[in-house]
Design a protein around this ligand. Structure first.
Ligand code: SIN
Length: 537
């Protein structure tokens, strides 16, 4: 069994701080939760690097919400369910689509300048949406624009304390009650304890499991791994979404080419210049992401090519420049002229559908521990997330946590914190054993876009040998992040090996079809191993 903590400690000997609500993570979910909760509580928000280094700022496409004249939450509901391939939680999806428009209006009230046409919100189109319903800002800079607006508000709010360069290491949990977290301060290189009446995980995803990802370097699965270590349930971990069109250039660093360009008419071509998507799905380039990613991968395999091409010359140059300024600039920086040249693209790791299991109020199975954003799993995405539902999920479910804690269930501050002591680890040496390229190669090869049973078993054996290293205390923050990635890789491989079918983002070469008996979700926890639960479908 994995040790419960990454370091040895005696609580009584650590520096200590206290707050009402501790939020871990500074993306859209963390900031929105902080702003809402600060109306009633003191909030401390910790983030392991500079606050702006998360995934939110990189989000391009936008936020999906039923705001158009010919749209409705019911249509958004159906599209989300269809993309989710039978595994979405209907109640969670209903909350997402019904509360979404209100949250977007709140963002506008907070000052987010979403793009407009003729005074009305400009609505983009993305894969598997039956309508134009994606609001965007700065053309393709939506995440950045929203983040800056929320951050400016949070920085001004006296009841919010933002601590940058502070990495959450582990949650302080006893008898299924969370009392806060151990954090590692970068500046002082000190570990300290932060006690809180409620702790909110908003720490994002784990794209750094893969060698090529659209995620930033901070996406090392910290929240998910620490939640698992302390006894929280995690779910749907076999579903990791690959984005179909990531710029395939050695200097591009996982730069995303938004699905919205296909919504505006860009088409995919194989290395022979042939458009191939119509042969794979009636929605062609706008099919659900898992289908487009696998089709691209099949074409690459068929033609022994390292990428396919995205042809943006189908879009009027003026529209391309106005609507996608960042994409155009990124291409030009690499010597590609998107108004003329086809752009090389390939699928890359993008978004973790799985996460810490929560209900529709962000509650986990640990009292006092909440989760929202990519680290959480309410079940809204099922086996495959619908494009642009992620920023939406960030605002909808963080607001719900605040509503819950400010209304129905006001915060209970623990009277007495247990005297936590953990001394089970050998000191030192973990950082030297942290081999990220080995892990990324293994995960890409064995738990990537296509998987099969024997390879998953090999992968599990290799990971389990390395897991023994986690008997060593983390001797640096890099070592801690490595321990988290290793833990998440192992959990993901276990879930992928268990699910003997293909569904959404989980594709098994040895079980290529979906099977009705697998309409169920896999919940993992330290105490119960893997448990199969019914889908609220
Ligand atoms: C994109 O712009 O294609 C990404 C949007 C998303 O991941 O939902």
């Amino acid at each position: 069994m994995l040790p419960q903590y990454l370091v040895n400690f005696k609580l009584a000997e650590l520096p200590q701080e206290e707050t009402d609500v501790l939020i871990i993570g500074s993306g859209i979910a963390g900031l929105y939760a902080a702003l809402k909760l600060s109306t009633g509580y003191r909030v401390m928000l910790v983030t392991k690097e500079e606050a702006e280094n998360g995934s939110t700022e990189l989000a391009q496409g936008g936020i999906a919400a039923a705001l158009g004249e010919n749209d409705s939450p019911a249509a958004h509901f159906e599209d989300t369910l269809r993309a989710g391939a039978g595994l979405c939680d209907r109640d969670a999806v209903a909350v997402l689509v019904e509360e979404g428009p209100r949250r977007v209006r709140e963002l506008i009230e907070l000052g987010v300048p979403f793009d407009r046409e003729d005074g009305k919100l400009a609505l983009g189109r993305e894969g598997a949406h039956s309508r134009r319903r994606i609001v965007h800002a700065g053309g393709d800079a939506t995440g950045d624009v929203i983040w800056r607006c929320l951050a400016a508000r949070a920085w001004q709010e006296p009841r919010i304390t933002v601590r940058q360069g502070v990495m959450a290491l582990d949650l302080l949990v006893a008898d299924k009650r969370c009392y806060g977290a151990l954090v590692w301060e970068g500046a002082s290189n000190r570990i300290k304890a932060v006690f809180a009446g409620a702790t909110v995980l908003a720490s994002g995803g784990a794209g750094r499991l893969f060698p090529v990802t659209t995620n930033p370097p901070v996406a090392t699965g910290d929240g998910l791994a620490m939640a698992y270590r302390c006894g929280a349930e995690v779910v749907d971990l076999e579903f990791f979404q690959f984005h179909p069109t990531v710029l395939a250039h050695p200097a591009a660093g996982g730069f995303l080419i938004s699905e919205a360009v296909r919504g505006e008419g860009a088409v995919l071509r194989n290395s022979r210049g042939e458009r191939f998507m119509p042969a794979y799905h009636p929605l062609a380039e706008l099919a659900p992401r898992d289908i487009v990613s696998r089709a691209i991968s099949a074409e690459m395999e068929r033609h022994k090519a390292a990428h396919v091409f995205l042809d943006l010359t189908t879009i009027q140059p003026a529209v391309l420049e106005r609507r996608f300024p960042r994409i155009v600039a990124a291409c030009r920086k690499l010597g590609l002229e998107p108004t003329r040249d086809w752009v090389p693209v390939a699928p890359a790791a993008h978004y973790f559908m799985g996460g810490v299991r929560t209900d529709v109020w962000g509650r986990t199975n640990i009292d006092g521990l909440y989760a929202c954003g990519e680290v959480a799993c309410t079940g809204v995405h099922g086996a495959n997330r619908l494009a642009s539902n992620s920023l939406l999920e960030g605002v909808v479910f963080s607001a719900r946590i605040a509503e819950f804690l400010l209304g129905e269930s006001p915060l209970r501050r623990p009277q007495r914190v247990p005297p936590f002591i953990f001394q089970g680890l050998k000191e030192g040496g973990l950082e030297k054993r942290a081999d990220l390229s080995w892990l990324q190669r293994l995960v890409q090869e064995k738990v990537g876009l296509c998987r099969n049973g024997p390879e998953l078993q090999d992968c599990l054996r290799e990971l389990e040998v390395r897991l023994n290293d986690l008997g060593l205390a983390a001797d640096s923050r890099t070592a801690a992040a490595w321990a988290n990635l290793l833990t998440v890789a192992w959990l993901m491989a276990r879930a992928a090996a268990w699910r003997q079918e293909s569904r959404g983002a989980h594709y098994r070469l040895d079980f290529p079809a979906s099977r009705p008996e697998w309409v169920k979700r896999l919940v993992l926890s330290r105490e119960e191993g893997i448990k199969e639960v019914k889908v609220n479908a």
